[in-house]
Structures are given as structure tokens and as C-alpha cells.
Ligand binder design. Sequence first.
Ligand code: C2E
Ligand code: MG
Ligand code: MG
Ligand code: MG
Length: 279
Amino acid sequence: RGKVLGRNCVCPFQTEDMQDIEDRTVMGGLLREAVQAGELMLQYQPQFSASDMRLSGFESLLRWSSPLLGDVAPDRFIPIAEGLGLIREIGDWVIREACRQIRLWLDAGYTGFTIAVNVSPQQLRRAGLHRAVADALQEFRVPGHMLEIELTESSVLENLVRVKDELRRLKALGTLLTLDDFGTGHSSLAYLKHFAWDKLKIDQSFVRGLPHSVLDASVSRAILTLGRDLGLRVAAEGVETTSQADFLRDLGCDELQGYLMGQPAPADAAQVHFKAIRA
Ligand code: C2E
Ligand code: MG
Ligand code: MG
Ligand code: MG
């Protein structure tokens, strides 16, 4: 930030940086209140088994509607929440809310689905994520295997011992562990064998170029081969076209998620995807 704060600075990005700092300050302040004020909600995006296109579950995606700022995208406010140490409280809310929704859908007669939550590195760094998960599962009488925890590679790279212990405890609760955005982080294949992953999620940046991009096709193929050899399920996110879906299915991808099949939506709207199960 020397560019902004330094004297006599004639930097073409100065105003942009000032704007950025202002954004963060304002947003951070509002974000502190957002949980209590009930401004956060989860949307649910359906995930389908690739072989028969039956619903397998949903990914929960956090939404913030601020009365002052309007709708703010998670890619903007989550890094700020992480920087301000607010992500733990927010993350606990997400876990609880997802479990509450699983219970609501179970009570409505729906079964055989999972809900995935995204978990930030900071949440994992705190010893005791498993406590928040255990409490939420218990409060809403949700079986652990219905909750899926999505982590990114950067979460597990640091503090290997702590993380390993935390994941072992989450595993003991029965929750499913998914490595999100696979291939975009500092992928060390060694980390794959250190943890009891259930699923790898091919990042949408690789799905985008399918089936024509030679590079995206070979990365996807490599991840699918790796997943199969390690006995893991492989999911793909960001599937927007039938040719992408066909390509992934033909290569043995287990699950598909993307705008082609369904957008993230509030629970009552997302619920329509259960019809496929009941029919
Ligand atoms: P992610 O976990 O990789 O989630 C997938 C993102 O791709 C979501 O963006 C989703 O809306 C979007 N998406 C789904 N299908 C398609 C598609 O077919 N095409 C395209 N172009 N995009 C698609 P979203 O909802 O804006 O979330 C962005 C990121 O914010 C997430 O990436 C995740 O890293 C983070 N995030 C979201 N909710 C939470 C949360 O509750 N906690 C934490 N810690 N992070 C979250
Ligand atoms: Mg995710
Ligand atoms: Mg992802
Ligand atoms: Mg992603």
C-alpha cells in the first residue's frame, strides 16, 4: 500500500487504491453486523450424478444483501471477512444454516441428498471446526454423511499437523470431504494421500474450454484418472453446455454441477430439483 500512503506519490492507480481501501473499510463495518441483521442467506445449486442425471445434492453458496450496498458477491466480501477475522462467525452460521436446511428437507420427505458447504482456510486453522459441525449436526439431528465440507488446496497446505487432526475429527463425524477448485492451487499430489478425501472437484476454469481446448481436456482427463486410481469421486463445476457434460461423462466424471443443470437459488426454488428423485 506504499503507493497510496507514500508522499509525493504520482501513481496512476492511486484513486483506485483509495477506493479499494474505502470499500474494505465500509464493507468490513457493515459485514460485522450482517450476520446479526439477518442479511446473509444461502443459495443452493443442484449437483447431479453424471451417469443418470439424478439429483445427488446441492452446494450451498453464501449471499449477502446489504441494505446499503445491495447484493455483494462472495468473491468480494469473503476475502474481506477473512482479512478481518469475521469468517469464523460467518462460517459457523453457514454450517448451522446448511444443517437447518437439510433437516427441513428431510422433514418434507426428501432423502438421499447431501448439502456441501464451503469452508475457508481460517476456519480450518482454528482447532474446533469439528465442534461447530458436531453441534450443528446434533442440533438439527442431521446424519454426518449428508453434510459435505468443501476445502481448497490452500486450506490444507499450511499447518499440516493441525489440519490433519481437524480433518480426521470431521471424518469421524461422518462428513464428506471434498477438495474444491482442484488443480488451481499449489497442487501437491502428496497432499492427496495424506487426507481422507471423498471427492475431487475439477475447477470450472478447466471445464470452460471443454471439449475443444487441448489443455483443458488433458487436465480434466488427468484429474479424472487420478481420482479413479485413488478411489475418489470426481465432480465438475461450471458445466454450461451439453458438450461439456458429455465429454466429462464419457471420461467417467461422477457428478456434474453448473448452469446447464441449475443455477444457485434460494431453498424453496432449489427444491424443484427433488422432483427428479420422486418421479
Ligand atoms: P466455489 O466454491 O468454487 O463455487 C462455485 C462458483 O461457481 C459459485 O460462485 C457458483 O455460483 C459459480 N457457478 C456455478 N455454476 C456455474 C456455471 O455453470 N458457470 C459459471 N460461470 N459459474 C458457475 P459464487 O456463488 O459467486 O461463489 C464464489 C466463491 O465464493 C465460491 O467458489 C467459494 O469459493 C466462495 N464461497 C461461496 N459461498 C461461500 C461460503 O459459504 N463460505 C466460504 N468460505 N466461501 C464461499
Ligand atoms: Mg465450492
Ligand atoms: Mg469450486
Ligand atoms: Mg471455483
